[in-house]
Design a protein around this ligand. Structure first.
Ligand SMILES: Nc1ncnc2c1ncn2[C@@H]1O[C@H](COP(=O)(O)OP(=O)(O)OP(=O)(O)O)[C@@H](O)[C@H]1O
Ligand SMILES: [Mg+2]
Length: 246
């Protein structure tokens, strides 16, 4: 069962926006999605409460910190939203079960510096360094009228990050979230179609991770020569119930 976590220490970087969008995209692909919220603000749960029941369903799940929770057996995909400031043991616990971590980064000096430190910590975790958990970086709230997207691209390239494009700054993200919707739930008009183009590199990268059919994007390998080790102190955050013994 693919688990995708959205992580950035920096508050307001777009984690919940990204988590809800990826969950909705997967739900539209026919997946049975669990949206886990380990953020004390429980932003995605408030969003889910506003979601129209006629839209593709997303199952809410509050992850109780420090406890291993069993997911319902019908679930095929898990998206985990995380709080700002997550690091150390909490971060390791999330990554322990993740197949991919997506890092949303706004284009400011402080945001980039914070993302750099977070990215370095993620790379130090065995599951990431061994290549079992893929890392991707997405530019968030990029206003192309005032910011050069090249700055962020160049920065990500210089850090050796797997850069998966940038999402434009648009009020539709804010208004959609108010109504329990994402861009993927809105009618396909000229505005949504234009904004959805930004998502192509990220979704193409996620497809094979999410085990969805489609053309796979080249994945930058983070496999290091160092062999993966498992710290048994870190239990997995997500566990699948074992089949009943016969
Ligand atoms: N592409 C975008 N265009 C415009 N506004 C956006 C975009 N992405 C996110 N936002 C807005 O930016 C704000 C912060 O986003 P979000 O809540 O997703 O960040 P977060 O990282 O989850 O924050 P926190 O660390 O507090 O949990 C929200 O008001 C959201 O609606
Ligand atoms: Mg949030």
């Amino acid at each position: 069962m693919p688990v995708i976590a959205i992580v950035n220490r920096k508050g307001g970087s777009g984690k919940s926006t990204l988590a809800t969008h990826i969950a909705a995209w997967l739900a539209h692909q026919g997946a049975s999605v669990l949206l886990g919220d380990i953020d004390r603000q429980q932003s995605v749960l408030s969003w889910l409460k506003r979601r129209d029941p006629d839209l593709p369903a997303i199952t809410p799940w509050t992850v109780d910190r420090g406890h291993i929770l069993k997911k319902p057996p019908s679930i095929t995909h898990v998206i985990l939203d995380t709080p700002g400031g997550i690091h150390g043991f909490e971060l390791a616990k999330v990554v322990m079960t993740a197949d991919a971590v997506v890092i949303p980064v706004c284009n400011s000096l402080f945001d980039r510096e914070s993302a750099c430190r977070g990215h370095a910590e993620l790379l130090s975790l065995p599951r990431v360094s061994s290549g079992r958990c893929a890392l991707g970086v997405v530019g968030m709230r990029i206003d192309s009228r005032v910011q050069s997207t090249q700055t962020l691209r160049d920065w990500a390239g210089a850090q050796g990050m797997n850069f998966l494009g940038e999402l434009g700054d648009a009020p539709m993200y804010v208004s959609g979230l108010e109504n329990g919707r994402t861009l993927f739930d809105l009618p396909k008009d000229i505005h949504t179609t234009d904004l959805l183009k930004d998502w192509k590199p990220l979704l193409q990268w996620l497809r094979p991770i999410a085990r969805l059919p489609g053309r796979a994007a080249p994945v930058i390998s983070l496999v290091h020569s160092r062999r993966a080790t498992t710290n048994s102190a870190f239990g997995p955050l997500v566990s699948t119930p074992s089949p009943p013994s016969s």
